[in-house]
Write a protein that binds this ligand. Structure first.
Ligand code: BGC
Length: 747
């Protein structure tokens, strides 16, 4: 019997008190059951493994223990795989474990944008880019829900820092919200239909997300069609009644304030249908998850292997000079240096912390692979200098042909709940690297970090750098596989690695003060900023090397409908090893289109190719891919004009380009008295009317010089009366009336 058969489908009449009780939990991880009408729903973190707390009352901070579960690579790593199929399979595995551990809803994925590398929770998020985030997030949701378990997409919305996260107001203009910070949520809601969305702690433009009717009702449900439950982040509700009225269905964990809801209804301050609706949505969620096939167990070995595959697919080879990688262990002595090789850092701290089923270390995997492999710890994880360890490491490295130096951030450096203040590696590690580079002919650095670290100061001391991120419980063996060439690296950067923290566009604003953080850089986040301004970066968005080469050719673009295109190109592996390429598609905009980033990612595909093999890769582009959010119009706009399709291997390694012409959405702004001369002249009807009626004035002095004409184009028509060139207020009013008449504009 599936669980659905045990859940009655008829609601029966619920009392107001019962309905109110459904809008909050009955404990940290469970919703309230009502008689035999609505069963309790059990929730568990998320996002990269199941954190199921069964002892005591549990907590939202990852403080107390949980039952062992597979620790898959956190999103910082999984996102770097650019592999939606892999993410979906991880989602399915999460669902299986959730089911076996008695959870109905997984609190994940987290899909906030990496606005600053300092955000302490960046390891839980995918990217600085909303398109990539949306695709990867939707894949996880689809995977989780394919087994009937619910996914809860979080943290909605604009939760891009941990500093003051429970009070800060993220002050963002609407176009930036729509194009950057809401876009991934929108894509996931429309594409994968998650059963739940978690509202964030912070305020957005002064209103708490949990109490924000515009966000939770107008946009999420009204525009995007979300039909699931909005659950608060744990403790994010400040005013129960305001939250419910705004569209929040479920407060977690419970604050014991259901009576406030009942009292507000009785006092006429809250309409009862709002309570009924929220209760109904919680009941629907209970019914939806009851359809899950219960699992008793999962295959621990198979899930560990999947975690290993995911970690392999996620590490990014930043640099590989003299082809130092893959390593030839038979030909040389290999020194493994760095405590992190033996004591891996594989996930972050906070509510996502999973107790793994097992844990691989790179040192164990490497010593098993090469008989002549030695180890030295080199540094202490607490960052305290230890000359003895450093000397021992230098000695070990000096006797080797190549040193593998494992560097990274200690666990205490990054976590939910606080942000970093620097992007530098600990000084003792950099000193150690310099010493090793002095005594050993070849040096490979392997990095373990959840947020980007700066490489500018030390990368010249390394022949190769493998950025492994926080790779989950099988990361150690996956790293060994990559270093030894068992498989080829195939991860790509989902965020820019800047040369300096000060080069990051949010730097002047992050993390705000006085309870506000201004999103002053607007839409220019990550590569959108760096590529528009051409700033130097250490490694660009989309970058990643491998053990072969790929060539791109034969870009073909076909118009398939109004503002719709099919794009294809050929990618060939021209090197000597099987490897995967991530083919990236960007759209670049004409300079005289409304101010836009230089280009934006709109498609990607990961293809594995054997040496010598090639394949056709295809994408589709729709109007939305070239649209922009018009605040004035309150909607998306597609301009007519040309834009460029770029296909390449990173945002700064574009291999093929083609120009497209878009018909646009046909929208033309209505003309009025305050429309400029230029807007009148460019308007299909206004231009004609103006020329017919005002030919003499227009051929006068104002148009005789290009500079004066350019000046005049920017002046609202109504203002011309001031300049005494015959355009009186009456004439302007006549023109407006004429154009409205001819154009059918209703003003
Ligand atoms: C986190 C959420 C998490 C919840 C439950 C909160 O502190 O922000 O991501 O799902 O706790 O543990």
């Amino acid at each position: 019997m599936t669980r659905s058969e045990s859940v009655p489908t008829a609601t029966g009449e619920l009392s107001l008190e019962e309905k109110a009780s459904l809008t909050s939990g009955d404990s940290t991880w469970r919703t309230t059951a009502v008689r035999d009408v609505v069963p309790a729903i059990r929730l568990a973190d998320g996002p990269h493994g199941i954190r199921r707390q069964v002892r005591g009352s549990g907590d939202a901070l990852g403080l107390t223990d949980s039952v062992p579960a597979t620790c898959f690579p956190p999103s910082v790593a999984l996102g770097s795989s650019w592999d939606a199929g892999l993410a979906r399979r991880v989602g399915e595995a999460l669902a299986r474990e959730a089911s076996a551990l008695g959870a109905d809803v997984v609190l994940g994925p987290g899909v906030n944008i990496k606005r600053s590398p300092l955000c302490g929770r960046n390891f839980e998020y995918f990217s600085e880019d909303p398109h990539l985030t949306g695709i990867m997030g939707a894949a996880i949701v689809t995977g989780i829900q394919s087994l009937g378990i619910g996914a809860c997409v979080k943290h909605f919305a604009v939760n891009n820092q941990e500093t003051d996260r429970m009070r800060i107001s993220a002050d963002v203009d609407e176009r930036t919200l729509r194009e950057i910070y809401l876009a991934a949520f929108e894509y996931i809601v429309r594409d994968a239909r998650p059963h739940a969305v978690m509202s964030s702690y912070n305020k957005i433009n002064g209103v708490y997300a949990s109490e924000n009717p515009w966000l939770l009702t107008e946009v999420l449900r009204g525009e995007w069609g979300f039909d699931g439950v909005v659950v608060s982040d744990w403790g994010a509700v400040n005013d129960r009644v305001a939250a419910l009225a705004a569209g929040l269905d479920l407060e977690m964990p419970p604050t014991g304030t259901d009576q406030e809801i009942v009292a507000a209804v009785r006092a006429g301050r809250l309409p009862e249908p709002a309570v009924t609706l929220a209760a109904e949505r919680v009941r629907t969620l209970a019914r939806r998850v009851s359809a899950a096939e219960p699992a008793d167990d999962w295959d621990i070995d198979a899930h560990h292997e999947l975690a290993r595959e995911a970690a392999r697919g996620s590490a990014v080879l930043l640099k590989n000079e003299h082809s130092v990688l893959p390593l030839d262990v038979a030909a040389q002595r290999v020194a493994v240096v760095g405590e992190l090789a033996r004591s891996p850092r594989y996930q972050g701290h906070g509510s996502s912390h999973v107790v793994p089923t097992r844990l691989d270390s790179a040192w164990d995997a490497l010593k098993a692979a090469g008989p002549d492999t030695t180890f030295a710890a080199g540094y202490r994880l607490d960052g305290e200098p230890d000359g003895r360890l450093a000397r021992e490491a230098a000695e070990t490295a000096s006797a080797a042909g190549v040193a593998l130096v494992f560097l990274g951030l200690p666990g205490e450096a990054e976590s939910e709940g606080f942000d970093r203040t620097s992007i530098d590696l600990p000084g003792v590690q950099i000193d150690l690297l310099r010493e090793v580079a002095r005594v050993c002919p070849r040096v490979v650095v392997v990095l373990a970090n959840g947020g980007v670290v700066s490489v500018a100061d030390w990368q010249d001391d390394a022949d190769a750098i493998l950025e492994a991120w926080l790779p989950g419980q099988a990361g150690g063996s996956a790293i060994a596989d990559l270093l030894l060439g068992v498989c080829s690296p195939s991860g790509r950067l989902t965020e820019t690695i800047p040369n300096r923290l000060a080069d990051v566009p949010s730097h002047l604003h992050f993390p705000g003060s006085d309870g506000h953080v201004a999103y002053g850089e607007g839409r220019y986040v990550g590569y959108r900023y760096h590529d528009t301004l051409g700033t130097d970066v250490a490694y660009p968005f989309g970058h990643g090397l491998t053990y072969t080469r790929f060539e791109y050719s034969d870009l073909a673009v076909r118009e398939t409908g109004a503002n719709e295109w099919a794009v294809e190109c050929t990618v060939a592996n021209t090197g000597g090893r099987t490897a995967s390429e991530v083919v990236q598609l960007y759209v670049a905009f004409d300079e005289d289109m409304p101010t836009r980033p230089r280009h934006e990612l709109r498609g990607f595909t990961k293809v594995e190719l054997a040496a010598g093999a090639g394949t056709r890769v295809s994408f589709t582009l729709s109007g939305r891919d070239i649209a922009w959010w018009s605040v004035a119009r309150g909607g998306w706009r597609i301009d007519a004009g040309t834009f460029t399709v770029e296909v390449g291997a990173s945002s700064r390694d574009i291999r093929l380009r083609a120009e497209l012409t878009a018909a646009g959405d046909g929208h033309v702004d209505a003309l009025g008295r305050m429309s400029t001369l230029g807007e009148w002249l460019d308007h299909p009807v206004g231009g004609r009317v103006l020329k017919e009626r005002l030919a003499p004035a227009l051929t006068g002095t104002a148009v005789s010089s290009p500079a004066l004409f350019a000046l005049a184009r920017g002046i609202p028509l109504a203002k011309f009366s001031t300049f005494g060139i015959g355009l009186t207020t009456e004439v302007v009013d006549d023109l407006v009336a004429a154009v409205r008449n001819l154009d059918g504009q209703d003003g």
